[in-house]
Design a protein around this ligand. Structure first.
Ligand code: G6Q
Length: 566
């Protein structure tokens, strides 16, 4: 038997063993698992310094974890991890490395791609970004009329926006008090309109963050911001008020941005893994180079934990495996991210891209259809807001929604009473999901509270909580740049491990391309002068025609046939 066949067979056997195991253990209820094992919390929780990952409320046993570890070994997670950390072109469909770990490497060891150490380039750009951020923060970088910069508008989308926007909110406490930071991503004019409103072009710096410098939304917003600035300060001001973060130097120069205001990165930095690169510029201006360094430190600490730690104490591996268990064996098709921390309110959206763009794939690395479900739908809300909206379904809907709860033990504000309530709610939610409340308990509770027996009987089914719903909890001392770096890196590696087990390329995103191409065809067809759309399906042609008709009769309601409504 050759190597690949042997590996495939071992992988098949590992999947099969887990499927058989699932049939044996799925009747087990978390309530009984906790009752039968006083050490369950110790057995199924891991830590990295002050960060605790508790997965004891996942529906796993010791045997489940052993079988999942065998699955990870059979999928050669360790080998793929080595390949990623060695700068191999693990992004096969684009022929690129995925070397974001080099961006936050704090070690003196070389990080090579094709035998060439990239660390000198990484440090050179990081030093330039640092120096630039320092000058802006100190008021030394001045605009065309000599005034210091006070407003920063970051224009980017997807990976060139989500990281800085999320981290800027999360680390607002570190933000320079004299600077306003705004993030624009949507091509909807309302977004750039909001971002520029109230800013003075004389004191505004616009960062155009685009790896390719061709992205329609970003370039449209950048052109609008440019016109806004030129309208007041003239063409010559562009060079002082615009900076770019991009790999496309020529396109940047053509826009009028100077080489000294251009910060590069490399094709081996994927958009959604780019916060650590010059894409972090707006964040670094906001929180300062020292805090940004701590973010990198945190990510690097997790890189070491992930790369060097044994499989069974490895947090990203455990996160990935319980996710695989839920998705592929317990039938969950979604995954909720619930930060009990208002500062992390954009974290679910950040992870949505990280997980769904990385692993929402239908073919494996070799282009063959995948044989298992891949990334679940990721969504979330900060606690406690989510409790008053989504969590009804989590507790009583027929399908399980595994959830990650995330919280800092200590708040960064003085309102400690609020924080106790916040934490109590988080723990209570995880408990209600896992343990639930059976019908007899629901009935007894109502009778104890004064209800008559008939009412209690009638309402008991509505007030029953099946429980046995999986969740994990993350607790850390404080949310600071170091811990945010750790959290992001934990999820990055989780996604990588899952992608490896599913056999997909976690670093491409071909699924975003078709819509972009079709939008280019639709755009001219929306013009009133355009002939009726040809070659469009009936729905799209109908929608185009409807938009055009509505435009010529803005105040009248138009019937679907095109005639005015009676
Ligand atoms: C992320 C994706 C994608 C990308 C945006 C922006 O991994 O590649 O979200 O970041 O499409 O692309 P540009 O930076 O090239 O504008």
């Amino acid at each position: 038997m050759d190597g690949p066949t042997r590996a495939a067979t071992r992988l098949d056997r590992a999947w099969e063993a887990l499927a058989q195991h699932r049939d044996r253990v799925s009747p087990l209820h978390l309530r009984d698992l906790f009752a039968g094992d006083p050490d369950r919390f110790q057995r199924f929780s891991l830590s990295h310094e002050d960060l605790l990952f508790d997965f004891s409320k996942q529906r796993v046993t010791t045997e489940t974890m052993a079988l999942l570890h065998e699955l990870a070994r059979a999928a050669d997670v360790a080998g793929w991890t080595d390949r990623m950390f060695s700068g191999e072109r693990v992004n096969g469909s684009e022929g690129r490395a995925a070397f974001h770990v080099a961006l936050r490497s704090r070690s003196t060891a070389p990080m090579r791609i094709d035998g060439r150490d990239v660390m000198a380039d990484v440090r050179e750009v990081l030093d330039r970004v640092r120096a630039f951020a320092d000058r802006v923060r100190a008021g030394e970088y001045v605009g065309a009329t000599g005034k210091p910069i006070r407003g920063i508008v970051n224009i980017g989308i997807g990976g060139s926006d989500r990281g800085p926007a999320m981290a800027d909110q999360a680390l607002a406490k570190w933000r320079h008090p004299g600077l306003q930071l705004r993030h624009v991503s949507n091509v909807d004019g309302a977004d750039i309109g909001r971002a520029l409103a109230g800013l003075d072009p004389e004191t505004t710096l616009v960062i155009v963050a685009s790896k390719t410098f061709t992205t329609q939304e970003t370039m449209t917003n950048a052109a609008t911001a440019r016109a806004w600035l030129v309208g007041k300060l003239g063409e010559a001001a562009v060079a002082r008020h615009f900076v770019a973060v991009s790999t496309a130097r020529e396109a940047v120069a053509a826009f009028g941005i100077r080489p000294e205001n251009t910060f590069g990165f490399w094709d081996w930095v994927g958009g959604r893994y780019s916060l650590w690169s010059a894409i972090g510029l707006p964040l670094m201006i906001g929180i300062g180079p020292e805090a940004f360094d701590r973010l990198l430190d945190g990510a690097h600490a997790v890189d070491r934990h992930f790369r060097d730690g044994p499989l069974d104490t490895n947090i990203p591996v455990a996160m990935a495996l319980v996710g695989i268990w839920n998705t592929n064996f317990l039938g969950a098709r979604s995954h909720a991210i619930l930060p009990y921390d208002h500062r992390l309110r954009r974290f679910p959206a950040y992870l949505q891209q990280l997980e769904m763009e990385s692993n929402g794939k239908g073919v494996d690395r070799d282009g063959r259809p995948v044989r298992h479900a891949t990334a679940p739908v990721v969504f979330g809300e900060p606690g406690t807001n989510g409790q008053h909206a989504l969590m009804q379904l989590f507790h009583q809907g027929p399908d399980p929604v595994p959830a990650d709860f995330i919280a800092a033990v200590e708040p960064d504000h003085e309102l400690s009473g609020h924080h106790e309530i916040l934490l109590a709610n988080m723990l209570a939610q995880t408990q209600a999901l896992a343990i639930g409340q059976d019908e007899a308990e629901a009935r007894d509770a109502m009778i104890k509270a004064g209800a008559d027996r008939a009412t209690a009987e009638r309402l008991a089914p509505h007030r029953t909580f099946p429980g046995n719903r999986p969740s994990s909890s993350f607790l850390f001392k404080q949310l600071d740049p170091y811990t945010l770096g750790r959290l992001i890196a934990l999820y990055e590696h989780k996604v990588f491990v899952q992608g490896t087990i599913w056999g997909v390329n976690s670093f491409d995103q071909w699924g975003v391309e078709l819509g972009k191409t079709l939008a280019k065809k639709v755009l001219p067809e929306l013009s009133l002068d355009a002939l009726p759309a040809e070659g469009q399906d009936a729905s799209t042609a109908g929608l185009i025609a409807h938009i055009k008709r509505t435009r010529v009769s803005p105040s009248a309601w138009i019937g679907p046939s095109g005639s005015p409504a009676p």
